[in-house]
Design a protein around this ligand. Sequence first.
Ligand code: PGA
Length: 244
Amino acid sequence: MRRRLVIGNWKMNGDSAFNARLLADLVHGWQRSAERTLAVCVPYPYLGQAQAALAGSAIAWGAQNVHAAPSGAFTGEVSAAMLLDFGCRMVIVGHSERRQHCHETDDEVAAKAEACLEAGMTPIVCVGETLDERESGVTQDVVVRQLEAVVARNRSRVGDLVVAYEPVWAIGTGRTATPAQAQQVHAVLRDRLRAAGSEAVPILYGGSVKADNAATLFAEKDIDGGLIGGASLKATDFLAIATA
Ligand code: PGA
């Protein structure tokens, strides 16, 4: 049986007071579950807050980015070892917002995934096509290219990845992929993971997942949970998604 995960991506949102309430509400509302993992990926300054607020709870936490190098002259960057120092266990890598605004390449994303794996953390590798790419019929080529870069660099540890399919046109737009559209891409990703000997890698869907559409998405055969942006900032919505 594949692991099921629902991971919140807070992006650049929150402050100490807001986070304290949200984390307390999540701890209060989440029942430990053998099948499902609930996690939040928070901005760097709040890693310590998440660590403290979630200690002893069944909710995991992680970061939203990492630098590929172990240390050195990279002003403003944070290494995998530093994240691990906080007890961090998972990191989002290759989110489309970073590919777009910070010009992260497939190679850089693969190197970041490698840094996480070497540190013993789980990289949540995001892949997804833009609207232009979908309309030009190259969705599969794009997501396979993005995934293959990570697989090629981390052949012996593909089984330790989590993959998130996030169509760029569905992120923060209120426009969700239909369950069938998402499943079609997930099946392609599953085939590639199977070819790499790691069929059981969880593949999450992300992009305007809400309490009212989560159940139909998660019912698809190859969708193993979600990477949730906006709706992860409201405890009731996030918990409803996590139990969908
Ligand atoms: P969204 O974001 O749920 O707000 O669309 C998802 C993501 O970018 O991870």
